[in-house]
Write a protein that binds this ligand. Sequence first.
Ligand SMILES: [Zn+2]
Length: 255
Amino acid sequence: MTNKLVQEAPYHPGYEDAVMNDKGYEGANLADAIRFKMKRDKKRFWAGDNISDYLHEGDKEILINEATEAFEKVLDTLLIDRETDPNSKGTARRLAKMYFNEIMRGRYDPAPDATAFPNDSQDRYEGMLVVRSELRSMCSHHHQPVSGVAYIGIIAANKLIGLSKYTRIAQWCARRGTLQEELCNDIAREIMKATDSKNVGVYIQATHGCCENRGIMAHSSLTQTTVLKGVFQTDPATKKEFMDNIKLQQEFAPR
Ligand SMILES: [Zn+2]
């Protein structure tokens, strides 16, 4: 059942199995092929979702080429001269690379490797751990920057992960199009997954470009969100210890 589309698309495996396995697909580029597969599988691909399972090696480069052409069209529509304006010449490609490799990287890259170490000896650590992680994200409504800090609190279970892994996981969740409320939930869920702990708290405070650079133009707007799971939610003393820890951290290193 090799059809004409497959013969004409020599370059990558993702395209080929989308076309080979699904009748009726007639897109001409890789983004169409991947989108087709995700729809077929009922895989959600919202701005905050990770879609790394659908990317093969080398696909990112092809998608960057496709996005470059699309951004060129946007710049043309904005009536920006990308032929003679030296500052706008490479802008379409810069934007494409920035989206895939930086500000939305967490959508395309698989979860960071978070090797866990056993915490089951006699003198196992049973206290609370609070890690402060710098966050850079982007709101999915306006594609404006969101910047702030996340405080991740956890009561250690039988697995411990390296301290830097908390921040890597938080950044992987943040480098997408997000809502702060969703981001808080995403970080809590991924930390629970990586550590097997049911007792996790995440507090984020961040400023939003979409409130600062446009709209209400509020320069000092600060948004706080908290997600509490397990004893962080049910035990007032644990919750208080978490919040007190955050205050101590903020005194030590104000953002
Ligand atoms: Zn926004």
